[in-house]
Design a protein around this ligand. Structure first.
Ligand code: BMP
Length: 226
């Protein structure tokens, strides 16, 4: 069983709804989950999201990358909860008081799991965010969230997160494929799921592309665990 979350980010040209539908239908149950973010939500709106979610059995993660005061983040979570998303992604750096404490409370009330971003896959993440990695993971642990997002492009970060969090947090890792990380490398470093976007969705045959990525992931994980 592969451990891949497919990021559905429709490019600017074309119809975003048919773009998503075509991919969700052919990928079926191969992905562990789908992730949708602003490139889709800004163009379709949350009301259309509900319909898109209904064509798949897989859970959907809303990648809102929230970074606001608690009250406003809560409104956003309530909006996507209505569409039936499994989880929402927020930035950990906004801190707890007046922000994440409220977000955690609202998410629980509306039955949405929370993923906190503790490090990012682009190089600039080391300029500010990564300097506080240990504190951000500790904060995620204290808040008792479902998991964190940490980059497949810097596996040392994943190792640190796993060391601090033990088995108390799931780790979702973007950066596999177009951003350069090899399938399976993040899981070998301690992640639970790898997030893959364009390497699957930009392929002329997304299903075959995902199958290849899953096969590679399984092989690398088999080797690193043997
Ligand atoms: P791709 O595989 O096409 O590079 O897509 C990666 C996905 O993961 C995108 O949806 C992006 O928003 C997300 N992501 C990322 O690339 N780096 C991060 O640090 C956090 C993310 O959510």
């Amino acid at each position: 069983m592969g451990k891949v979350v497919v990021a559905l980010d429709p490019p600017p040209k074309g119809n975003p709804e048919s773009w998503v539908k075509e991919r969700v239908e052919v990928l079926g149950n191969l992905p562990s989950a789908f992730k949708v973010g602003l490139p889709l939500l800004l163009r379709t709106g949350v009301s259309r999201l509900k319909e898109l979610i209904s064509i798949s059995d897989r859970p959907v993660i809303a990648d809102l990358k929230l970074a606001d005061i608690g009250e406003v983040m809560s409104y956003a979570v309530e909006a996507v909860a209505d569409a039936g998303v499994k989880a929402v992604i927020a930035h950990a750096f906004v801190g707890r008081r007046g922000a994440l404490d409220k977000l955690v409370q609202t998410s629980r009330e509306v039955g949405v799991d929370l993923l906190l971003l503790v490090s990012m896959s682009h190089p600039g993440s080391t300029e500010f965010i990564d300097k506080h990695l240990n504190e951000l993971v500790a904060e995620a642990l204290e808040l008792g969230v479902w998991g964190v997002v940490a980059p497949a492009t810097r596996v040392s970060v994943i190792r640190t997160v796993r060391e601090i969090a033990g088995s108390k947090l799931l780790i979702f890792s973007p950066g596999v494929g177009v951003q350069g990380a090899e399938p399976g490398s993040a899981i070998c470093a301690g992640a639970d799921y790898e997030i893959v976007g364009r390497a699957v969705t930009g392929s002329p045959n997304p299903k075959e592309a995902l199958k290849r990525i899953i096969a590679e992931q399984e092989e690398r994980v088999r080797l690193c665990r043997s």
